[in-house]
Design a binder for this molecule. Sequence first.
Ligand code: SF4
Length: 361
Amino acid sequence: MKLTVPHMGLLSMAYTKVLREHGVQMHPPPRPTKKTLNLGVRHSPEYACLPFKINLGNMIEALEEGVDSILMPGGYGPCRFGYYGVIQAEILKGLGYRFQMARTDNPDSLSDMIKTIKDISDIETKWDAYRVFYLILIRMAAFDKLEALYFKTKPREINNGETDRAFREGLKIIEDATSYTSLLRAWLKVKRIFRDVKTDKRARPLRIGILGEIFVVIEPFANMDVERRLARMGVEVVRGVWLSDWLNDRFRFKPFRPNQNKMAKKWAYPYLRYPSGGESIESVGKTIKFYKEGIDGVIHIMPFTCMPELVASTILHRISSDLNYPVLSLTFDEHVSEANLQTRLEAFVDLLERRRKKGGL
Ligand code: SF4
């Protein structure tokens, strides 16, 4: 079995090496590119959301490279995600590909995840499968912490490019750590590397919160690298959606981290009482949180035709005018141009700088 899973940010780096050590022939697809998107767009229904198209393009690329099995999370809930795998399998079969598709029917269920790991690997006992699964989750959390460290350091760096080098080194160090003890050592090393990056301690960069649908937030190809564009413009990015938080809300592997979804529900309550799917409740709740924390403004990003985030986006306009708080909504699909995105980001940053000079918030 040569297995692939479509990309979603750094997720594949969290599991690939670990699963390979347990007999799984993991073959991640190439990182998404324009070619991936074109393939996905060509074979998807027009109304499908951007993650569906990028996933499908990635699957085609992997199948072309000789993969014979695909693993796709499934599930249920008030958005289309649960149907992705089923429809994608039909499309791929229609294109003549021969493969097996395994679906985790309920990605919220720990026993489902453990069963999937046991089924695809040479792991024999349930206990070992738990151990491996939790190691993958902790590796994911380490990658997320590395990105957060990057966002904090980059706008303060003195020597251009030093933070990017530290980040690349950190990725490699964490990726190579495939046991609990080596992961701890790896994290301490990453912290030392970032401590050595020369920064301006007096710098007070603008801080912008990034919220929205989880796939477009964490997959840089889907959002045209919006976070790094901002970081290069000297902005500190404060991301409000992390894959490790999403996983922690379900599997409680970070015992001291409060449940982010429950917290977001409390913050969102005056504007949105019931989640409408996707990350809608986080988008609304965390915008209010960011406002209270003095973050200069929020960028809300979502795929075109994403109903849950469209609900959130409508509410964010209301919050923005009620609180006099800058919120920029960005919608992504295959038609968005880089020049348009860059212009909108620069205009938003300009606005926030002028507000700050006038004593804005
Ligand atoms: S949250 Fe939106 S973009 Fe994400 S899968 Fe659901 S409908 Fe698609």
